[in-house]
Design a protein around this ligand. Structure first.
Ligand SMILES: Cc1ncc(COP(=O)(O)O)c(C=O)c1O
Length: 362
């Protein structure tokens, strides 16, 4: 591990922090954050700071050209075990894939892990302990070079912030709006990267989805609007003829770590998993004919959320027969019990973090 510089002000920040009863998702921030600056072609020293405002110039490139990427992962401490971080090595690989696409420097694995682990270790007392709750970790990197030319930045800042969080949403009642007009991503674009701009592109449809009375937007391929891609922050699965089907990965779908883990768990449980191009109209026929009995969304935040029904802009609904999520809930429990350290981690997916208190000399 490289040396980390700890700001003495974190002592006060840690002492003054209390975990509120009502957490929500991503609303309460842990009192410490990690930060590291890239300039002159290399990463500088990693620092641990009290959580708080950061300053940058109004001409920092991120504010104009959206050169920004992020990750999302969770540390669990259910019943006082852990904290356990789920598959951070996968988040690191994806972070660097996103960095490449957005013309940003790679983050060395040691830096990514140390920043994430230190924030988790010092926040260990603030990781909520009930099942489904966690410390949501948000590593991110943005362009800080002060210049308005449309050129890749040569200066960046990498940070990790964290949020003690409740469940993302309660299981049940997930309604999904089929977005047949707008696109969040398209072939050759940035959809496979976890870049801020992709999420900005999804927000107008999020408003439309909400105004129509639905919860999540389902994106189709950007060119033909024919094939299912994913939700704005989750991947998509359907149970068809007792097999698990999911859109195959392409450059406009974000390859979820939850998706990848579900495929492994399902295959090892003897369930046939099919990764293919999934036509939306064919799926709707399969739902009507009850060949498709169940569908669910999955991602770090929500883990696995069974879908109640799919809906068109006209209001037409396609309810799933097993909307309470038979297989979804079985997989959810299997996955969550590994994440929370309640079952044996045969896949070596979980990283155990040693809780830290402040060194005496601070
Ligand atoms: C667009 C998008 N798709 C899918 C996912 C699910 O990915 P993961 O399971 O790694 O959280 C996310 C969330 O990270 C996302 O933002």
């Amino acid at each position: 591990m490289t040396h980390i510089k700890i700001d003495p002000a974190i002592a006060e920040a840690l002492k003054n922090f209390t975990l509120p009863d009502n957490l929500g998702f991503g609303q309460v921030m842990a009192p410490v954050m990690a930060s590291c600056i890239y300039e002159n072609g290399r990463w500088g020293q990693l620092e641990l700071l009290p959580y708080g405002p950061i300053s940058m110039y109004p001409n920092a490139k991120v504010l104009h050209y959206a050169q920004e990427i992020f990750e999302g992962m969770k540390a669990y401490r259910v019943g006082g075990l852990g904290p356990f971080i789920f598959r951070p090595d996968e988040n690191h690989l994806r972070f660097n894939r996103s960095a490449e696409r957005m013309a940003m420097p790679h983050i060395p694995i040691e830096l990514f892990m140390q920043a994430s682990l230190e924030v988790t270790a010092y926040s260990a007392d603030f990781v909520p302990r009930r099942s489904g709750e966690s410390l949501y970790l948000r590593p991110f990197m943005f362009a800080t070079e002060e210049a308005l030319g449309i050129k890749p930045s040569e200066k960046f800042r990498f940070m990790v912030i964290a949020s003690p969080s409740g469940s993302y949403f309660s299981v049940g009642g997930l309604s999904v709006f089929i977005e047949r007009h707008s696109a969040r991503a398209f072939p050759g674009g940035t959809g496979f990267a976890k870049a801020g701009g992709n999420y900005a592109a999804s927000l107008l449809s999020a408003i439309k989805t909400k105004n129509l009375g639905f919860v999540q937007t389902l994106w189709l391929d950007g060119r033909d609007k024919k094939y299912i891609e994913e939700m704005s922050g989750m991947n998509f699965f359907a149970v068809i003829n007792n097999e698990l089907h999911t859109p195959e990965i392409n450059d406009s779908i974000l390859e979820g770590i939850t998706r990848k883990s579900i495929i492994t768990l399902a295959r090892d449980a003897g369930i046939k998993v099919v990764e293919r191009k999934m036509e939306i109209n064919e799926l709707l026929e399969d739902i009507k004919a009850e060949r498709c009995t169940e569908a669910f969304a999955c991602g770090t935040a929500a883990i696995i959320a069974p879908i109640d029904y799919l809906a068109e802009e006209s209001g037409e609904r396609f309810p799933l027969k097993d909307h309470e999520g038979k297989l979804a809930l079985q997989l959810r429990e299997q996955l969550l019990s590994i994440q929370e350290g309640r079952s044996t981690d045969i896949y070596k997916w979980v990283v155990n973090v040693e809780p830290k208190s402040l060194p005496k000399n601070l």
